[in-house]
Design a protein. Sequence first.
Length: 273
Amino acid sequence: MTIFAAVQMTSGPDVAANLAAAGSLIEAAAGAGAGVVLLPENFNFIGRRDADKRAIAEAYGQGPSQEFLAAAARRHRVWIVGGTQPLRSEAADGRVTNSLLVYDADGRCVARYDKIHLFDVDVPGKPGETYRESANVAPGRDVVVVDTPAGRVGLSVCYDMRFPELYRRLSAAGAEILVMPAAFTVPTGRAHWETLLRARAVENLCYVAAAAQSGIHPNGRETYGDSLIVDYWGRVLTRLPRGSGFVSAAIDRAALVRVRAEFPALQNRVLTS
Protein backbone atom coordinates (compact mmCIF):
# COMPACT_ATOMS: atom_id res chain seq x y z
CA MET A 1 0.00 0.00 0.00
CA THR A 2 1.16 3.52 -0.79
CA ILE A 3 0.91 6.34 1.74
CA PHE A 4 -0.87 9.41 0.36
CA ALA A 5 -0.29 12.77 2.07
CA ALA A 6 -2.26 16.03 1.86
CA VAL A 7 -0.48 19.27 2.83
CA GLN A 8 -2.16 22.25 4.49
CA MET A 9 -0.71 25.77 4.18
CA THR A 10 -1.42 29.48 4.71
CA SER A 11 0.05 30.95 1.54
CA GLY A 12 0.65 34.63 0.89
CA PRO A 13 2.09 36.98 -1.75
CA ASP A 14 5.76 35.97 -1.31
CA VAL A 15 6.39 33.13 -3.77
CA ALA A 16 9.79 32.23 -2.33
CA ALA A 17 8.40 32.01 1.21
CA ASN A 18 5.52 29.84 0.02
CA LEU A 19 7.88 27.48 -1.80
CA ALA A 20 10.07 27.21 1.29
CA ALA A 21 7.04 26.35 3.44
CA ALA A 22 5.82 23.79 0.90
CA GLY A 23 9.31 22.29 0.70
CA SER A 24 9.46 21.73 4.45
CA LEU A 25 6.06 20.04 4.46
CA ILE A 26 6.88 17.85 1.47
CA GLU A 27 10.09 16.78 3.22
CA ALA A 28 8.17 15.98 6.40
CA ALA A 29 5.53 13.99 4.55
CA ALA A 30 8.16 12.05 2.60
CA GLY A 31 10.02 11.39 5.84
CA ALA A 32 6.82 9.93 7.27
CA GLY A 33 6.65 7.46 4.40
CA ALA A 34 4.43 9.21 1.87
CA GLY A 35 4.80 8.08 -1.73
CA VAL A 36 2.43 10.73 -3.12
CA VAL A 37 2.09 14.27 -1.73
CA LEU A 38 -0.79 16.63 -2.58
CA LEU A 39 -0.40 20.40 -2.16
CA PRO A 40 -3.30 22.88 -1.74
CA GLU A 41 -4.79 25.23 -4.30
CA ASN A 42 -2.70 28.39 -4.80
CA PHE A 43 0.16 26.80 -2.85
CA ASN A 44 2.74 29.14 -4.36
CA PHE A 45 0.84 32.44 -4.29
CA ILE A 46 -2.18 34.19 -2.80
CA GLY A 47 -1.85 37.85 -3.72
CA ARG A 48 -3.20 40.94 -2.05
CA ARG A 49 -5.40 41.38 -5.11
CA ASP A 50 -6.76 38.60 -7.29
CA ALA A 51 -5.29 40.20 -10.41
CA ASP A 52 -1.77 39.93 -8.94
CA LYS A 53 -1.58 36.31 -10.11
CA ARG A 54 -1.19 37.55 -13.67
CA ALA A 55 2.18 39.08 -12.86
CA ILE A 56 3.71 35.93 -11.33
CA ALA A 57 2.21 33.40 -13.77
CA GLU A 58 4.76 31.12 -15.38
CA ALA A 59 4.90 29.66 -18.87
CA TYR A 60 4.02 25.97 -18.83
CA GLY A 61 7.21 23.95 -18.45
CA GLN A 62 9.44 26.64 -16.96
CA GLY A 63 9.66 28.96 -13.98
CA PRO A 64 10.64 28.81 -10.31
CA SER A 65 7.50 27.12 -8.99
CA GLN A 66 7.61 24.35 -11.58
CA GLU A 67 11.34 23.90 -11.08
CA PHE A 68 10.72 23.68 -7.33
CA LEU A 69 8.12 20.92 -7.74
CA ALA A 70 10.34 18.90 -10.08
CA ALA A 71 13.35 19.24 -7.78
CA ALA A 72 11.38 18.34 -4.64
CA ALA A 73 9.97 15.23 -6.32
CA ARG A 74 13.46 14.10 -7.36
CA ARG A 75 15.07 14.93 -4.01
CA HIS A 76 12.53 13.06 -1.91
CA ARG A 77 11.66 10.34 -4.46
CA VAL A 78 7.96 11.07 -4.18
CA TRP A 79 5.19 11.90 -6.61
CA ILE A 80 3.89 15.44 -6.13
CA VAL A 81 0.37 16.49 -7.08
CA GLY A 82 1.19 20.17 -7.12
CA GLY A 83 -1.90 21.88 -5.82
CA THR A 84 -2.46 24.75 -8.23
CA GLN A 85 -0.49 27.67 -9.57
CA PRO A 86 -1.20 30.32 -12.22
CA LEU A 87 0.14 29.55 -15.68
CA ARG A 88 0.07 31.79 -18.70
CA SER A 89 -2.72 30.96 -21.10
CA GLU A 90 -3.61 31.69 -24.70
CA ALA A 91 -6.51 33.92 -23.63
CA ALA A 92 -6.38 37.17 -25.57
CA ASP A 93 -7.35 39.18 -22.48
CA GLY A 94 -4.31 38.05 -20.47
CA ARG A 95 -6.12 35.71 -18.09
CA VAL A 96 -4.12 32.81 -16.63
CA THR A 97 -5.09 29.23 -15.91
CA ASN A 98 -5.41 27.77 -12.40
CA SER A 99 -3.36 24.67 -13.08
CA LEU A 100 -2.62 21.46 -11.20
CA LEU A 101 0.61 19.76 -12.32
CA VAL A 102 1.66 16.21 -11.39
CA TYR A 103 5.33 15.22 -11.11
CA ASP A 104 6.70 11.70 -10.85
CA ALA A 105 9.58 10.70 -8.59
CA ASP A 106 12.07 11.53 -11.35
CA GLY A 107 10.79 15.10 -11.46
CA ARG A 108 8.97 14.76 -14.79
CA CYS A 109 5.67 16.55 -15.25
CA VAL A 110 3.31 13.74 -16.24
CA ALA A 111 -0.09 15.44 -16.12
CA ARG A 112 -1.74 18.86 -16.15
CA TYR A 113 -5.29 19.81 -15.20
CA ASP A 114 -6.68 23.32 -15.61
CA LYS A 115 -9.54 24.10 -13.20
CA ILE A 116 -12.84 23.88 -15.06
CA HIS A 117 -15.38 25.38 -12.64
CA LEU A 118 -14.43 28.92 -11.62
CA PHE A 119 -15.53 30.48 -8.34
CA ASP A 120 -17.81 33.37 -9.31
CA VAL A 121 -19.80 33.74 -6.09
CA ASP A 122 -21.17 36.21 -3.56
CA VAL A 123 -20.49 34.31 -0.33
CA PRO A 124 -23.71 33.64 1.65
CA GLY A 125 -23.68 35.22 5.10
CA LYS A 126 -20.70 37.48 4.26
CA PRO A 127 -21.97 40.76 2.76
CA GLY A 128 -19.36 42.24 0.49
CA GLU A 129 -17.31 39.04 0.24
CA THR A 130 -17.42 38.51 -3.51
CA TYR A 131 -15.25 36.39 -5.78
CA ARG A 132 -15.00 36.53 -9.57
CA GLU A 133 -12.31 34.01 -10.39
CA SER A 134 -13.20 34.21 -14.08
CA ALA A 135 -12.06 37.85 -14.19
CA ASN A 136 -8.45 36.67 -14.10
CA VAL A 137 -8.60 32.94 -14.81
CA ALA A 138 -9.55 31.18 -18.04
CA PRO A 139 -11.38 27.86 -17.47
CA GLY A 140 -10.02 24.49 -18.48
CA ARG A 141 -11.90 21.94 -20.56
CA ASP A 142 -10.21 18.57 -20.21
CA VAL A 143 -10.93 15.81 -17.70
CA VAL A 144 -7.66 14.23 -16.52
CA VAL A 145 -6.80 10.92 -14.85
CA VAL A 146 -3.18 9.91 -14.18
CA ASP A 147 -1.56 6.67 -13.02
CA THR A 148 0.46 7.03 -9.80
CA PRO A 149 2.00 4.53 -7.34
CA ALA A 150 -1.10 4.95 -5.14
CA GLY A 151 -3.54 4.22 -7.95
CA ARG A 152 -5.33 6.06 -10.76
CA VAL A 153 -5.84 9.66 -9.65
CA GLY A 154 -8.62 11.90 -10.96
CA LEU A 155 -7.69 15.58 -10.90
CA SER A 156 -9.97 18.39 -9.74
CA VAL A 157 -9.74 21.67 -7.82
CA CYS A 158 -11.83 23.25 -5.05
CA TYR A 159 -15.12 24.57 -6.53
CA ASP A 160 -15.16 21.59 -8.92
CA MET A 161 -16.33 19.46 -6.00
CA ARG A 162 -19.84 20.92 -6.27
CA PHE A 163 -20.32 19.41 -9.74
CA PRO A 164 -20.76 15.64 -9.43
CA GLU A 165 -20.92 15.09 -13.19
CA LEU A 166 -17.18 15.81 -13.38
CA TYR A 167 -16.46 13.00 -10.93
CA ARG A 168 -18.67 10.57 -12.84
CA ARG A 169 -16.46 11.21 -15.84
CA LEU A 170 -13.34 10.73 -13.73
CA SER A 171 -14.59 7.46 -12.24
CA ALA A 172 -15.67 6.25 -15.68
CA ALA A 173 -12.09 6.92 -16.80
CA GLY A 174 -10.83 4.62 -14.05
CA ALA A 175 -10.14 7.00 -11.17
CA GLU A 176 -9.58 5.32 -7.80
CA ILE A 177 -8.49 8.44 -5.89
CA LEU A 178 -10.01 11.89 -6.37
CA VAL A 179 -7.83 14.85 -5.42
CA MET A 180 -9.31 18.23 -4.47
CA PRO A 181 -6.75 20.89 -3.57
CA ALA A 182 -8.72 23.86 -2.26
CA ALA A 183 -8.85 27.34 -0.79
CA PHE A 184 -12.39 27.15 0.62
CA THR A 185 -14.14 30.10 2.24
CA VAL A 186 -15.07 29.71 5.92
CA PRO A 187 -18.89 30.04 5.59
CA THR A 188 -19.14 27.49 2.78
CA GLY A 189 -16.56 25.29 4.46
CA ARG A 190 -18.55 25.07 7.67
CA ALA A 191 -21.69 24.26 5.73
CA HIS A 192 -20.53 21.93 2.98
CA TRP A 193 -16.84 20.96 2.95
CA GLU A 194 -16.94 17.56 4.64
CA THR A 195 -20.36 16.71 3.22
CA LEU A 196 -19.24 17.29 -0.37
CA LEU A 197 -15.98 15.39 0.03
CA ARG A 198 -17.64 12.37 1.58
CA ALA A 199 -20.42 12.43 -1.02
CA ARG A 200 -17.93 12.37 -3.89
CA ALA A 201 -16.17 9.42 -2.22
CA VAL A 202 -19.35 7.42 -1.61
CA GLU A 203 -21.04 7.93 -4.96
CA ASN A 204 -17.87 7.03 -6.90
CA LEU A 205 -16.44 4.39 -4.55
CA CYS A 206 -13.17 6.33 -4.58
CA TYR A 207 -10.70 7.60 -2.05
CA VAL A 208 -10.77 11.41 -1.76
CA ALA A 209 -7.76 13.51 -0.75
CA ALA A 210 -8.36 17.21 -0.07
CA ALA A 211 -5.44 19.56 0.69
CA ALA A 212 -6.57 22.96 1.95
CA GLN A 213 -5.45 26.48 2.57
CA SER A 214 -6.07 27.41 6.23
CA GLY A 215 -6.23 30.61 8.24
CA ILE A 216 -6.03 34.35 7.61
CA HIS A 217 -3.92 35.40 4.63
CA PRO A 218 -2.12 38.74 4.18
CA ASN A 219 -4.92 39.97 1.89
CA GLY A 220 -7.41 39.56 4.78
CA ARG A 221 -9.11 36.50 3.32
CA GLU A 222 -9.73 33.59 5.69
CA THR A 223 -9.74 30.03 4.39
CA TYR A 224 -11.36 27.05 6.06
CA GLY A 225 -8.65 24.40 6.31
CA ASP A 226 -9.70 20.91 7.45
CA SER A 227 -7.59 18.87 5.04
CA LEU A 228 -9.06 15.37 4.83
CA ILE A 229 -8.48 11.93 3.40
CA VAL A 230 -11.69 9.93 3.00
CA ASP A 231 -11.97 6.29 1.96
CA TYR A 232 -14.22 4.73 -0.70
CA TRP A 233 -16.95 4.05 1.93
CA GLY A 234 -17.10 7.69 3.01
CA ARG A 235 -15.10 7.24 6.21
CA VAL A 236 -12.82 10.09 7.25
CA LEU A 237 -9.43 8.46 7.77
CA THR A 238 -7.53 11.55 8.90
CA ARG A 239 -7.92 15.32 9.11
CA LEU A 240 -6.10 18.52 10.06
CA PRO A 241 -8.67 21.11 11.14
CA ARG A 242 -6.44 24.22 11.23
CA GLY A 243 -2.91 25.46 10.72
CA SER A 244 -0.01 24.26 8.60
CA GLY A 245 1.00 20.61 8.41
CA PHE A 246 -0.03 17.45 6.62
CA VAL A 247 -2.20 14.38 7.00
CA SER A 248 -1.55 10.96 5.50
CA ALA A 249 -3.25 7.61 5.04
CA ALA A 250 -2.57 4.29 3.34
CA ILE A 251 -4.38 3.71 0.03
CA ASP A 252 -5.61 0.11 0.06
CA ARG A 253 -6.34 -0.60 -3.61
CA ALA A 254 -7.09 -4.26 -2.97
CA ALA A 255 -9.85 -3.34 -0.53
CA LEU A 256 -11.24 -0.77 -2.97
CA VAL A 257 -11.36 -3.34 -5.80
CA ARG A 258 -13.04 -5.86 -3.50
CA VAL A 259 -15.71 -3.41 -2.34
CA ARG A 260 -16.44 -2.32 -5.90
CA ALA A 261 -16.97 -5.96 -6.84
CA GLU A 262 -19.16 -6.70 -3.81
CA PHE A 263 -21.17 -3.47 -4.10
CA PRO A 264 -21.38 -2.83 -7.85
CA ALA A 265 -23.05 0.59 -7.79
CA LEU A 266 -20.80 1.92 -10.55
CA GLN A 267 -21.76 -0.94 -12.85
CA ASN A 268 -25.44 -0.55 -12.01
CA ARG A 269 -25.65 2.99 -13.36
CA VAL A 270 -28.38 3.48 -15.96
CA LEU A 271 -28.34 7.21 -16.65
CA THR A 272 -24.85 7.85 -18.02
CA SER A 273 -25.16 11.17 -19.82
